[in-house]
Design a protein around this ligand. Structure first.
Ligand code: ASP
Length: 337
């Protein structure tokens, strides 16, 4: 009989661990409580569990990402075959994306999962999501991913698209890394990035001075003065369509130029969920590139935001930030799209 895989389970809270309290649904269960609902998992895997947080994921921020990343790194050093993390779904895509950048050259499976309904509920999706996550470790789907609704999604390509439905996540601009069918797990082995070489290293310095602005027709350009006065070091812009913003009457472009000249890194992506932004198509987009704005291409907003927070944690040099955005680390960006 083949040896059981050693899996480290890290719990952080979320609906999966929630029970009704007087104040509403809130995380209560630790790993022991979760594993009580999954007793057969121990027949297949050698599981060690560590409760590192117990939060609704709306409360997960940069400090918690560091806590999670350090716990994962410890698990890598302890040579587990893979790590499963339970997490609330609301900010799971941000965490998955951030861990993808913080854990450089990751060669082991780090699979994040959760559920739309608490594990204690008979109709829950928690149990099948957990089985899926463990199966992803079992078949060696490397790097950070999200296991949900029988699918394995590259962590830096995941977006939460539903508040109630069990198919809560979509893989945006990238194929699934794996899927469960009646004949078992299919590992597509198709992460659109080079195989990691070299040691796995934890790069956990982050910069939280990053602002996300979704443009609306008539956005007041003075918002950028405010961001500058608040000492933001990075701005992510969700622009219109393939990539545009207004300069007639309310000239956003002049203000953007001011920002980049002051050394603030500005990355622009699209408000559209699917396909790539391309600022070279329209005049309104070309003008944006002339202002020194970095194109986010086909990245999700979650990936752009986390990559910028991570990049600004590594360097103060705006040219280096440009270079980081021109690098595809884990399949987060298609540079030839
Ligand atoms: N509010 C919960 C959370 O993100 C939602 C969930 O887990 O599905 O922690």
């Amino acid at each position: 009989m083949s040896q059981k895989k050693r899996v480290l389970l890290l719990t952080t809270g979320g609906t999966i661990a929630s029970e009704n309290s007087e104040a509403g649904l809130a995380p209560q269960l630790a790993s022991e409580g979760i594993l009580n609902y999954m007793s057969d998992l121990k027949d297949y895997y050698d599981i060690e569990a560590r409760d590192i947080l117990n939060l609704d994921s709306s409360n997960i921020q940069a400090e918690e990402w560091q806590t999670i990343a350090r716990a994962v790194m410890q698990g890598i050093d302890e040579d587990y075959d893979g790590i499963v993390i339970t997490h609330g779904t609301d900010t799971m895509a941000y965490t998955a994306s951030m861990l993808s950048f913080m854990l450089q050259n990751l060669k082991k499976p780090v699979v994040i999962t959760g559920s739309q309904m608490p594990i204690a509920n008979m109709l829950t999706d928690a149990r099948s999501n957990l089985y899926t996550a463990f199966a992803a470790v079992d078949c060696g789907i490397k790097g950070v991913s999200i296991a949900f609704d029988h699918k394995i999604i590259n962590g830096c390509r995941a977006v939460k698209v539903r508040t109630m439905g069990f198919e809560a996540f979509e893989s945006v601009n990238a194929p699934y890394l794996g899927e469960i069918y009646a004949n078992g797990m299919h590992n597509y082995n198709n992460r659109e990035a080079a195989e990691p070489t070299g040691e796995t290293v934890l790069k956990d310095k982050l910069c939280t001075d990053v602002f996300l602005l979704k443009l609306i027709p008539s956005t007041n350009p003075e918002i950028f003065d405010m961001l500058m006065n608040m000492n933001y070091r990075g701005v992510v812009l969700e622009t219109f369509g393939a990539g545009g913003m207004h300069y007639v009457r309310r000239n956003l472009l002049d203000k953007l130029k001011m920002l980049t000249e002051k050394g603030i890194s500005v990355v622009a992506c699209s408000q559209c969920l699917y396909e790539t932004s391309d600022f070279s198509i329209y005049e309104v987009g070309k003008r944006l590139l002339d202002c020194g704005v970095i194109p986010g291409r086909d990245m999700t907003t979650e990936a752009v935001v986390t990559k910028l927070m991570w990049a600004l944690g590594q360097t103060n040099d705006p040219d280096e930030i440009h270079k980081i955005f021109n690098t595809n680390f884990v399949g987060e960006i298609s540079l030839n799209a």
